[in-house]
Design a protein around this ligand. Sequence first.
Ligand code: PMP
Length: 435
Amino acid sequence: MTHLLHRAIHSRLPVAVRGEGIYIHDSEGKAYIDASGGAAVSCLGHSHPDVLKALHEQLDAIAYAHTGFFTTDVAERLGDRLIEDAPAGLEKVYLVSGGSEAVEAALKMARQYFVETGEHGRRHVIARRQSYHGNTLGALAAGGNEWRRTQFRPLLIETHHISPCYAYRHQHEGETAEEYGERAARELEEKILELGEDLVMAFIAEPVVGATSGAVPPAPGYFRKIREICDRYGVLLILDEVMCGMGRTGTLHACEQEGISPDLMTIAKGLGGGYQPIGAVLLSGRIFEAFEQGSGFFQHGHTYMGHPMAAAAGLAVQEVIRRDGLLANVVAMGEHLADGLAKRFGQNANVGDIRGRGLFQAIELVENKETKAPFDPVLKVNAHIKREAMDRGLMVYPMGGTIDGREGDHVLIAPPFISTKGDIEAIVDRLGAAV
Ligand code: PMP
């Protein structure tokens, strides 16, 4: 009998005892290819020697120093590195312990910014349906999956949802991708005008939607239009790159491919590659100046922010990615994965869409390819695929997401950046068998 709540609910899990490269080994000696990096976390695979070395050295030096008393060289170096590589205009870093904490802090930064600048009325947040921003109460309010939120109402912040930019489901016949992107972005403007131009504080979105929709990339021009609308109405743009960021899509930040910069950006998962819990908010110079000239600080804090072990993991992971030129491998292996999925599933009667960027790809499963009707949720198609894949020694990330009020199924594939051609072929083979 287990005393762990998550085990009590998800019973019958294998026991992980060792990780090595792209593999996790269980207590019965079975090896699993970690083709989802857990949940798009383990970007360098497991037990990477350079990361382990950095962690051992940090542990020997100092494991914890409260940020109210000290800074540490390792946290300072990570901050410098993140800003050196940041999208234009992002000038400061706020280190936390994970994705939800980062989203929570970003929402509070947006609110405090408007309090400091005297626009007290700006309190509404606009987000998108079928998005995931975390499970703490603020982040949950921003997320766009109704079934996750409903039992926790009333939620703490006023969030209003617009449609996701989701070409497979929402692009009209005869409409170009650009026209669709423009139409989807206009919904933001309509929502701002409906709520009141001076009352909206922020728009939050994942550049490439991850967990709840399965690697859905935006239509071309969508985010440029979103940026324009945010600027026109003085709304802060928060990009949540917790899942799609830190190299996963082939550029360090997914927003680079959209040609825009946010006012606030959240990162986590791949930042520390799973070696330590870590997340961060990157904020613009303008927001920092408002804090500096206003109350002089950001009204927020956590006991473990800037944790030296977490910073050491983040710094080591990011250094290996740069040193070994792994973003180029993400692009090359991403193409190989996309080709493999197209060959294996292109003719499958129940695979409606294959999509993604870099090593962030997904297939969407449908009951009827012509009508795009999803499977009945009682069939639990995604849960069956997960089990079949685990039986075949493959970790992928199947999920059900709500499609216009109905459940849908997809399988997310997010292998480590160190994957080789042979690894990618093995992943596609095992997934084919499982599906
Ligand atoms: N934002 C996004 C886009 C995510 O994918 C996730 C995690 N799946 C989170 C926020 C929350 O991160 P965490 O689970 O580390 O709190």
